[in-house]
Design a protein around this ligand. Sequence first.
Ligand code: G3H
Ligand code: 13P
Ligand code: ZN
Length: 334
Amino acid sequence: MPLVPMKQILDEAAKGHYGVPHFNVNNMEQAQAIMRGASEVKSPVIIAASRGALKYSDLVFLKNIMMACVEKYPDLPIAVHLDHGNNLESAKTAISLGFTSVMIDGSLKEDGKTPTTYEENVKVTREVVEYAHKFGVTVEGELGTLGGIEDGVGSGQVQLTDPNQVQDFLAKTGVDALAVAIGTSHGVYKFKIKPDPDKNLLAMDVIKQIHKLCPNLHMVMHGSSSVPQEYIDEINQYGGKIPPAFGVPLWAIKEGIAAGVRKINVDTDLRLAATAAIRKFLAQNPDKFDPREYLTPARDAMVKVVKERYIAFGSAGHAQDYKPITLEDAKKFY
Ligand code: G3H
Ligand code: 13P
Ligand code: ZN
């Protein structure tokens, strides 16, 4: 078992009314942390590689680390996902590596920066869906662009998802899941102030409206690290210089899950946890230079974060609820 199409994990999450964290992976220690945490709390797993991660690892190293997760943890359903694919070629590469899910981020042009028109988004997304579904591979699309709602935060090109476009986009593209833009952004600097419920920094209404119109849609929240203050403090205490930063609070993610969000993307929190642990270790042990010695507390710190997220999003305890299916089985959906 169980390399599964991501659609199965999301379908099961919808049945059980919970969300599943998507964790980005770049190296062995991150992968081990994601899996150890999942195994300890019995959660299904979505491990994702960005194009940057694949480039950094020369494709083959990361691919084999991800497949090692499957070999080492045969009892957990695992989807291996391409994050922010930018064209058909990137999806083809991921599928040839054995990924069971791809994202095509058609909201931006191939440069990953310039917003596309709706028609361009539909076109490239449809191309990827036609290709991927032949292999039983799940496809996530994106409508709207990430970026903060608050003036001066994020890409400056924020375009919240228009709920009234969603049904048309689903009908024209056939995606299995949709990333929605509600004012979050990637990285550590999401908001300059803490997003309390009354500040309206997050457009939770967009999610609720989409859920009303498309109750069976699996929505995805990107840029959903919570940026725990303890890690910022620890990094700064041991020589770092991170200005005040606020992430997406767990209450907002839980509100999203209650309204149809099934996948929650987290990368930054693992980076922060690892960096805090490494800085602390090296500051306290200036004579040490064996990477295994500082990567061990970094890995432990990441295990703590992933376990907290599996529990908070509700996927903990659900790994063995269902019989895993193969990509071959998944072809029958389409
Ligand atoms: O989509 C954003 C993820 O955090 C990946 O980031 O492109 O630096 O690997 P990256
Ligand atoms: P964060 O930067 O908030 O962790 O978001 C990651 C993400 O959206 C990956 O696609
Ligand atoms: Zn993202």
